[in-house]
Design a protein around this ligand. Structure first.
Ligand code: GLN
Length: 258
């Protein structure tokens, strides 16, 4: 008899536990936790910020947004796309968060809200390793310069085209842009300084930076303007917590060393 009572107790207890479990997830979906899965759009290839390795997305942006999501208790799904497609996909309601070494610019602030800045960047002029003719924008008269669609580099190139007298070739990603110079279809390209320094240090690209940085800017995490204040607050709170805990530095060091 005792055994039967004990068995009964165990079954009741197990059922109670199961009920508690399902209660928890219901609480989540009813709004106490955040059960939404936020879709994060990133550049298709932009090492060290995002890149594929062994079939997995890696990089500073990927680790940062995962750590922010973990800290703030929300789920994310990463989607890689051409950089120029990120903001339009947010406008079309297909993405909740935009990353991709995205510079905080006044123009973009018309359509997106940015998080607090998380990385200092800026543009560099880049030429072939054996090119000693071009060391500044002044040397680009009659030359061709490759840029990536929708980037600050493309804007800079188009704005200064008439002043310096060069042609602009627009391509869809950084790999194609590097290829244009390697194949001598273009004499120069514009790329973010940390990205080109990383590319030169980690691959056998025959490229070099010409002259000083052209400008300075900061990367931010973006959400669609005016509609995502709560999500933006979580992103900023998470970012602040990662900076305070040392996790932010750990992520940067993992990809860039000290
Ligand atoms: N930082 C540049 C921009 O925001 C380039 C970004 C990129 O190529 N992924 O336009």
């Amino acid at each position: 008899m005792k055994k039967v009572i004990l068995l009964g107790l165990i079954i009741t207890f197990t059922l109670l536990l199961a009920a508690c479990g399902s209660d928890d997830s219901e609480t989540d979906s009813s709004g106490n936790g955040d059960s939404t899965i936020y879709t994060v759009g990133v550049d298709v290839t932009y090492p060290p910020f995002e890149f594929q390795e062994d079939g997995e997305m890696k990089g500073i942006d990927i680790d940062l947004i995962n750590a922010i999501a973990e800290d703030q208790g929300f789920e994310i799904k990463i989607e890689a796309m051409d950089f120029s497609g990120i903001i339009p996909a947010m406008q079309a309601g297909e993405l909740d968060i935009g990353m991709g070494g995205m510079s905080i610019t006044e123009d973009r602030k018309d359509t997106v809200d940015f998080s607090d800045p998380y990385f200092e960047s800026g543009l560099s002029l880049v030429v072939a390793k054996d090119n000693s003719d071009i060391s500044s924008m002044e040397d680009l008269e009659g030359k061709t310069i490759a840029v990536k669609n929708g980037t600050t580099g493309a804007n800079y190139a188009n704005e200064n085209k008439d002043a310096y007298g060069y042609e602009v070739i627009q391509v869809k990603d950084s790999t194609s842009m590097f290829q244009e110079v390697a194949n001598e279809n273009a004499d120069a390209l514009l790329e973010d300084y940390p990205v080109i320094m990383y590319a030169i240090a980690t691959s056998d690209l025959e490229l070099q930076v010409a002259g000083d940085k052209l400008n300075g800017d900061n990367y931010g995490i973006s959400v669609l303007k005016g509609e995502n204040d709560e999500l933006l607050k979580k992103i900023n709170d998470g970012l602040a917590n990662l900076k305070e805990s040392g996790k932010y530095d750990e992520i940067i060091e993992k990809y860039l060393g000290e």
